[in-house]
Design a protein around this ligand. Structure first.
Ligand code: UDP
Ligand code: MG
Length: 336
């Protein structure tokens, strides 16, 4: 009983009530062939047991290099509730989530990872919260024990820093395991930006948000696709998308530097008048020249980060390119 079936077969049915919503599950996949079978099994078992009018599962294959798409296609052939989108190459998890959210048609949409670190068994509890009126329910990790130590510390530092400098507060430990009301999905879909940072976006849109706790499982198979460097890039993307403090802070630093230089300059003038000219001073000149050029280069770098992002936004390229799709017969949704 996919959403598609129910739409085609009973086009006249009344809009579903809160008791029997139509549910979409969006799952980004990148080289997840090892866990697909088990994922489909566990997810279907949970979904079949839930009181839903209909459900669909939208797999977004983010340019996997292994047999992921072939396996997804095979699953789609046996299970009409499954749909698939295949990207032309790897566009990143954020793009995959954006594509899935645009393709999902349910009254309630779930976003979850495809490596079974997000247990499908949590869905009934999350849906229950939605029934009680929550517009967005985030599954928050109780511990990050499955992550390496350094990564845990860096992630904590990032959340702390982010809270200090940005306009939105991120839930620490809140990954991308969420359930959204249709209104929230429409709000997220209406954001045109290309540098996507889902953690920030979900917090920015507002609505009534609640959390449930869960214990993340180990990956069912394969390895995490997130290297340290990729995480760092992701962190910088997130910060620049939700804070302009790195840009503004330079005026304060510049002002402080100018003030100090003014005082020092005045002292030099007075000293020269009183004690006459003395030449030594190589060290202080070198230090101030080097220090100031360092500061200037840093601020130029920060400017560069933002200008680079303006450039990507202005180019207006699509967020992703789709090469194949299964189960979507209607008009294509835009990738802008
Ligand atoms: N993923 C994706 N595109 C990517 C990297 C990851 O769609 O470029 C998917 C991946 O298949 C998984 C989810 O995003 O479903 C989370 O990825 P991963 O498990 O590697 O991240 P972690 O759990 O380590 O944060
Ligand atoms: Mg994972």
């Amino acid at each position: 009983m996919s959403i598609h079936d129910s739409l085609d077969a009973h086009a006249h049915v009344a809009p579903s009530s809160a008791a029997q919503p139509r549910l979409s599950v969006v799952i980004p996949l990148y080289n997840e062939s090892g866990s697909l079978g088990l994922l489909h099994q566990r997810l279907s078992a949970v979904l079949e047991a839930m009181p839903l009018a209909a459900y669909e599962v939208v797999f977004v294959d983010d340019g996997s290099r292994d047999g992921t798409y072939a396996e997804v296609a095979a699953l789609c052939a046996i299970d009409p509730a499954l749909k698939a989108i295949r990207f032309a190459r790897n566009f990143g998890k954020e793009a995959a989530m954006a594509a899935g959210l645009r393709a999902a048609s349910g009254d309630v949409v779930v976003l979850m990872d495809g490596d079974l670190q997000h247990p499908p068994e949590l869905l009934p509890e999350m849906l229950a919260r939605w029934r009680e009126g929550a517009m967005m329910v985030t599954a928050v990790r109780r511990s990050r024990d499955t992550d390496p130590w350094l990564r845990r510390q860096l992630s904590r530092a990032f959340y702390l820093f982010f809270r200090k400098v940005s306009e939105v507060a991120l839930a620490e430990g809140g990954g991308d395991f969420r359930i959204f009301d249709r209104a929230v999905v429409d709000a997220i879909n209406s954001l045109p930006e290309r540098t996507r940072f889902m953690k920030g976006i979900t917090s920015w849109v507002g609505f009534r948000q609640e959390e449930v706790e869960f214990e993340p499982e180990e990956r069912a198979a394969g390895a995490s696709a997130w290297s340290m460097l990729r995480l760092l890039r992701y962190a910088i993307d997130g910060l620049s998308a939700f804070s302009t403090l790195p840009l503004r802070v330079w005026s304060v630093i510049g002002l402080a530097m100018a003030g100090l230089s003014g005082v020092y300059g005045a002292w030099l003038v007075v000293r020269t008048i009183i004690f006459g000219i003395d030449l030594p001073g190589y060290a202080s000149i070198m230090v101030s020249v080097l220090f100031l050029s360092g500061i200037q280069l840093i601020s130029l770098g920060v400017l560069g980060e933002y200008i680079g992002r303006i450039f990507t936004e202005v180019k207006g390229r699509p967020l992703f390119l789709v090469s194949e799709r299964i189960g979507f017969d209607g008009p294509r949704e835009s990738s802008r």
